[in-house]
Design a protein around this ligand. Structure first.
Ligand SMILES: Cc1ncc(COP(=O)(O)O)c(C=O)c1O
Length: 430
């Protein structure tokens, strides 16, 4: 199948060109409907979803129980925010405690809100509990991390766009005395903590670097990084916005890898692909320093989102989303390797959080993740590039069927074989 867009679709593309800015450079394909692991465009063409829309739809699109919970809340009078008590928010805190083992929760809207909030909590903890001198509390991150693109969260990254400076001081992968903490490198972390622990309040890390292109850490890295943080009285903050809630095969991957984070950031799948909601969850000891007015947002913890999150967590448990993620992830990897695609070096990630890592000497202007994703879309499969085009991110819903996985991998393999023979742009500018 090669998708040809209708006049109606072209009009939608024109509306974007005329009126919309920003976003993550979307491929020009107007999509209007999604159910479990299938997506349809405005012309009714069907696609298999291998992206879960940036690793959000862990439980599938439009899961009936999650949709019902959220719609019921909307019909009941949607807006009860933190001006008064919302029983649904209290219930969400209790559900998080039951499912994820963290007694305290504060909700926000986006993943970037959650990482920003975790940094705030860690700084306050640094002053109140660790006695860091005024204005010296530092939040350490790692090279190539991604915690969002607001001013504060982008400040945590190693590569910054010069258009938006000056960035927030005292956050990022370079410690106060100038030691760069490289992801998956314990030595650099230990050096930074040894030298600067007295002012470092928290260390924030992804267990698998998602936006960098699904980059794995070596075995033992997360556990040892956690132990180093304990040794130096630095909060260990797991950014599980992407890896958590079944995406990588576990409720919380950091915990599965042997860490006991002081704070965990959640987002994406927390709203069950229905409503925007994120959270920082944490231990009593750390969260006890949060006072009224410290953290909040007008639309945070709104019942349509908190009900969606409660339902999503119940689906996580009742439908064994983690088990499904590990099982489908294994099959996905087997199917891909069976295709013996020349350009693929290895498949990274865990569960249904995966990426094809291409052989760098075989990626070029003709064969790269961006063009491959464009060709796959034209052939009915949604995937996205990563790692500057050297990778292809594959993150289907954990609820995808084995048949859809097989069909998707077939399309992917055919597109890999065809890609080099195609001249010029395929979809949009790629
Ligand atoms: C690990 C991680 N943290 C934070 C974020 C930011 O989330 P959001 O895009 O919802 O702000 C992302 C988004 O991709 C992420 O992968």
């Amino acid at each position: 199948m090669t998708i040809k867009l209708s006049e109606k679709a072209q009009q939608q593309i024109q509306l974007y060109d005329d009126h919309i800015v920003g976003g993550f450079t979307p491929y020009p394909l107007p999509l209007t409907k999604a159910l479990n692991a299938k997506v349809w465009d405005i012309d009714g063409n069907e696609y298999i979803d291998f992206i879960s829309f940036f690793a959000v739809a862990n439980m599938g699109h439009s899961h009936p129980k999650i949709v019902k919970a959220s719609v019921d809340a909307i019909q009941n009078g949607a807006l009860i925010n933190t001006a008064f008590l919302s029983p649904s928010y209290g219930q969400l805190g209790a559900t998080i405690n039951k499912v994820l083992g963290y007694p305290k929760t504060v909700c926000m809207l986006s993943g970037a809100d959650a990482t920003d909030t975790a940094a705030k909590i860690a700084r306050k903890w640094g002053y109140k509990k660790k006695n860091i001198p005024k204005d010296k509390a530092f939040i350490l991150t790692t090279s190539a991390c991604y915690h969002g693109i607001t001013i504060s969260t982008h400040s945590m990254a190693s590569k910054k766009d010069e258009s938006f400076g000056p960035y927030l001081p005292s956050v990022g992968p370079v410690s106060p005395s100038g030691i760069e903490v490289v992801f998956d490198d314990l030595e650099s972390l230990e050096k930074a903590l040894e030298k600067d622990h007295s002012t470092i309040a928290g260390f924030m890390v992804e267990t698998i670097q998602g936006s960098a292109g699904i980059i794995d850490a070596s075995e033992g890295y997360i556990k040892k990084a956690y132990e180093l943080c304990q040794k130096y009285n630095v909060l260990f903050i797991a950014d599980e916005v992407q890896t958590g809630l079944g995406r990588a095969g576990y409720p919380l991957m950091s915990v599965a890898l042997g860490a006991k984070p002081d704070l965990v950031c959640l987002g994406k799948a927390l709203g069950g692909a229905v409503a925007p909601i994120s959270a920082v969850i944490g231990t009593n000891e750390v969260m006890s320093i949060v006072d009224g007015g410290d953290i909040g947002s007008t639309m945070a913890a709104n019942p349509p989102a908190t009900e969606a999150a409660i339902a999503a967590l119940n689906v996580l448990v009742d439908e064994d989303i983690c088990g499904q993620s590990l099982k489908k992830g294994k099959l996905l990897r087997e199917l891909i390797m069976k295709e013996k695609i020349l350009e693929i070096d290895h498949v990274s990630g865990s569960g249904v959080m995966a990426a094809l890592a291409f052989k760098t000497d075989l990626t070029d202007d003709r064969f790269n993740g961006r063009r491959l994703a464009a060709l796959c879309a034209e052939n009915g499969l949604l995937v996205i590039p990563g790692g500057g085009g050297k990778r292809l991110r594959i993150c289907p819903p954990a609820t995808i069927s084995e048949d859809e996985l097989e069909k998707g991998v077939k399309i992917l393999a055919d597109c890999c074989r065809k890609l080099r023979s195609i001249e010029g742009a395929i979809l949009g500018k790629y």
